[in-house]
Design a protein around this ligand. Structure first.
Ligand SMILES: [Zn+2]
Length: 66
């Protein structure tokens, strides 16, 4: 049994479960329904560098098939 493959499969199934959960409540899985992603510039001094519209839902926060 390939450990890395098993780990990869586990991660994939978790991610798909997460997507399915958000899909069921109609929210975009990439931005968790917020419609934007926050880019943090530094891990030492957390400052909100920029707020970007989510590409997956075009800033709507809604789940879409595409
Ligand atoms: Zn989104």
């Amino acid at each position: 049994m390939n450990f890395l493959q098993a780990l990869s499969d586990w991660n994939k199934s978790r991610r798909e479960q997460y997507r399915t959960e958000l899909e069921s409540i109609g929210k975009c899985p990439d931005c968790r329904g917020q419609g934007y992603n926050i880019i943090i510039s530094s891990v030492y001094i957390p400052t909100y560098e920029s707020i970007l519209d989510c590409h997956s839902c075009n800033g709507t926060g809604s789940y879409s098939e595409s």
